[in-house]
Write a protein that binds this ligand. Structure first.
Ligand SMILES: C[S@@+](CC[C@H](N)C(=O)[O-])C[C@H]1O[C@@H](n2cnc3c(N)ncnc32)[C@H](O)[C@@H]1O
Length: 214
């Protein structure tokens, strides 16, 4: 049984394990062209739960060449490192795992991810700055709120930007009530290299998944 180390200021919920489960289904059933040498990229990784759950349960993990985890908040990093150490043992060192303490929007994808195929699993902050009352705890705030100039749309534009010549696919989880009804159609018009489609999350009406593929 995997024992997660997590900070007091942010504990993952079943949204994270749901995303990992959907990631396994998407990767195994729909992405046959991602046949080998794929980088799994957990882009707003927190304690690493999404990527870790994916790698623990994905039957197709032989196709994964490397797991890359990225987290901006330095106060999250030691927790994620402890979890990745445990995962290395579980995977018997078969998949190299790297953790970067960097900002997703500034991360140099081209230089640091040399693989030509990237599979993204992303559970980013849910809320836009200033829309909701923000927590006083700075770490909690970083986990739940996008920073200034950051947004769900910008995540997709960043992925779109690197999707040629690389092949990309993945899933982003988001709060439907934080975007307007035209969000998805408008986003579609701006994307050049990836196509997107939305899947509702059954009983959890506020959280949907956006799948994408280049
Ligand atoms: C909603 S939490 C999700 C964490 C984890 N993926 C999970 O499912 O539990 C969002 C995470 O993204 C991190 N984060 C926020 N902005 C970021 C950015 N620009 N680049 C990288 N990570 C960021 C936060 O510190 C937080 O750990």
């Amino acid at each position: 049984m995997f024992k997660y180390s997590q900070p007091v200021f942010y504990r993952f919920s079943e949204d994270s394990t749901f995303l990992a489960k959907k990631g396994v289904e998407f990767f195994c059933n729909d992405l046959k062209t991602f046949d080998k040498d794929v980088v799994l990229f957990d882009g707003f990784c927190g304690c690493g739960v999404v990527g870790i759950e994916f790698l623990l349960s994905c039957e197709g993990k032989k196709r994964i060449q490397q797991g890359v985890f990225l987290e901006k908040n330095p106060n999250m990093i030691s927790f994620c490192e402890m979890n990745l150490e445990q995962l290395r043992d579980e995977l018997k060192g078969n998949i190299p795992l790297e953790l970067y303490n960097e900002d997703f929007f500034k991360f140099i994808f081209e230089k640091k991810l040399l693989a030509s195929k990237i599979f993204f699993l992303i559970n980013p902050p849910y809320f836009k700055e200033n829309i909701q009352r923000q927590p006083e705890n700075e770490d909690r705030k970083k986990a739940r709120f996008f920073g200034q100039e950051e947004s769900l749309e910008k995540i997709f534009l960043k992925i779109d930007e690197i999707s040629v010549p690389k092949k990309t696919a993945g899933i982003v989880l988001y709060r439907v009530d934080q975007e307007d009804e035209e969000f998805v159609p408008n986003l579609r018009k701006k994307l050049r290299n990836i196509s997107i489609f939305v899947e509702g999350n059954g009983s959890k009406k506020l959280v949907d998944l956006i799948y994408f593929k280049s």
